[in-house]
Design a protein around this ligand. Structure first.
Ligand code: NBP
Length: 479
């Protein structure tokens, strides 16, 4: 075979990744269960580079140079297992299967172990950036062994997004063994949910509290986008808010049904966080907010409930308020990224991955949905202190969040006073205050547990584990 890489699964993502490889000068074998897609790719884009179309798995495998590199881009879940089962018998020791689908990291761990038994490398790889990213440069998060990465890493780095131009830093790095790449991709998506929720709350507050129209809010977002909030999501938000619905002439945002859907990676993040015991309330609130929006029955039932009249601030001091919202958004963003990075560390601890936390920030600077100037700051924080326990402990972030917190509180108060839901802003503030608290009411919780269940407690003044005989004479026993 002569192809350096093969792509099987030629829907939007696979097709565009195959084209991206070809445009970078690689010979690409292409295959799809339904051969019409393979032919369509070569017919439409064959002149972009060197493609070797294959109709059958046998032809596809034969087209690849050794060790073979196969990128699987099929629908995540059972189809991935079916494709692996179909191809594995055709492969030899040392061949490398890359799964670029949105697999759950636990599935990736299982698949990697099974293929390793047969001497085949399995590189579960997170790919972010959607259809456009796949073609022009995504952010790529490969897991699997270091040996496998040596064989596929350079090609993946070549087709990834690059920060600061084509000769700049690639948005691809080896994340860690087995499922580490898909784990980190999952957390990326969780952070993306949180970012989107916080932006939604900022918009809602500017509208519901300051009484601003979408066009005016777009200008504010555009201004924010030239500052520390500079990011893809802020940029597209401004663009969406200027869009007018052609059919009605109304702001587009007003004619979209207010029910946010989800494909499940945010939910996976929160489920996994619960299993790992790592607090990620910012991500959880974002997942729950989407879920709540879809409960039309609950919402209809609650609609008659009383609340404050909307828009009490009116146009007065809208700019001052917008400034405060910017602080709240930025502070809440720091908190949700801090939670995301804690979760990556927790995953690394639980599964024995050596993840370079700064490198994760580095490869999210381009290509992916959460790409932002901010990520370079996170990279910098971890390069200054690789053992940073929390982003909130970084001196620069600590200073910024400290400076932001008075405005942040004002905004959360305004949200409550005006009846605008801001679960992301308030949960982030509660997390911030809980972490900084000298004493938490967890003391009372633990006392309650000891009261009703003899679950014991520790004391602040001396070592040991204690129980109070609540239903007897209330004497204390050391246990
Ligand atoms: P889809 O997720 O829609 O999958 C369609 C592809 O899967 C087609 O090539 C289809 O072949 C193939 N396929 C299916 Br379905 N069942 C199969 C089976 N049993 N055996 C062999 N092939 C099978 O495509 P996509 O949107 O391009 O996404 C591909 C992967 O990339 C997914 O895992 C997705 O989660 C992930 N991803 C998507 C995005 C995005 O923005 N869309 C971003 C990042 C990652 P057929 O043509 O014969 O039906």
């Amino acid at each position: 075979g002569t192809a350096q890489i093969g792509v099987t699964g030629l829907a939007v993502m696979g097709r565009n990744l195959a084209r991206n490889f070809a445009r970078h000068g690689y010979t690409v074998a292409v295959h799809n269960r339904t051969a019409a897609r393979t032919r369509a790719l070569v017919d439409e884009f064959g002149d972009e580079g060197s493609f070797v179309p294959a109709e059958t798995p046998q032809e596809f495998v034969a087209a690849l140079e050794r060790p073979r590199r196969l990128l699987v881009m099929v629908k995540a879940g059972a189809p991935t297992d079916e494709v692996i089962d179909e191809f594995a018998p055709l492969l030899d020791e040392g061949d490398i299967v890359i799964d670029g689908g949105n697999a759950h990291f636990a599935d990736t761990r299982r698949r990697e172990a099974a293929l390793r038994e047969r001497g085949i490398h399995f590189v579960g790889t997170g790919v972010s950036g959607g259809e456009e990213g796949a073609l022009h440069g995504p952010s790529i998060m490969p897991g699997g062994s270091a040996e496998a990465y040596r064989a596929v890493g350079p090609m993946l780095e070549t087709i990834s997004a690059h920060v600061d131009g084509p000769d700049g830093a690639p948005c691809c790095t080896h994340i860690g063994a087995d499922g580490a790449g898909h784990f980190v991709k999952m957390v990326h998506n969780g952070i993306e949910y949180a970012d989107m929720q916080l932006i939604g709350e900022a918009y809602d507050l500017l509208r519901g509290v300051a009484g601003l129209e979408p066009g005016r809010i777009a200008e504010i977002f555009r201004r924010w986008n030239s500052g520390r909030l500079d990011s893809y999501l802020i940029e597209i938000t401004a663009d969406i808010l200027t869009h007018t619905d052609a059919a009605t002439g109304r702001p587009f945002v007003d004619i979209v049904a207010d029910r946010a859907e989800q494909k499940g990676t945010g939910r996976w993040t929160v489920q996994t966080a619960l299993d790992l015991g790592v607090p990620v309330p910012g991500i959880a609130e974002a997942v729950f907010a989407r879920s709540l929006s879809g409960h039309t029955d609950l919402r209809a039932a609650a609609r008659p409930l009383p609340g404050p009249a909307a828009s009490a601030l009116g146009g007065r001091d809208a700019d001052g308020f917008a400034e405060q919202v910017e602080h709240a958004l930025y502070a809440s963003k720091i908190v949700s990224y801090a939670q995301g990075w804690n979760m990556i560390q927790a995953g690394a601890d639980a599964y024995g991955w050596e993840i370079d936390l700064g490198a994760v920030a580095s490869i999210w600077r381009g290509g992916c949905i959460i790409r932002a100037a901010f990520l370079d700051r996170i990279r910098g924080a971890y390069s200054a202190d690789p053992a940073l326990p929390s982003l909130l402990a970084d001196p620069q972030f600590a200073k910024e969040i400290g400076d932001a917190q008075p405005s942040w509180r004002t905004v959360v108060i305004a949200a409550a006073r005006h009846g605008v839901p801001a679960p992301g802003f308030s949960a982030a503030l509660a997390y911030y205050d809980a972490l900084r608290a000298e004493r938490l009411p967890a003391a009372l919780t633990q006392a309650q547990r000891d009261y009703f269940g003899a679950h014991t407690y520790r004391r602040t003044d001396r070592e040991g584990v204690f129980h109070t005989r609540w239903s007897e004479d209330r004497s204390e026993a050391e246990v």
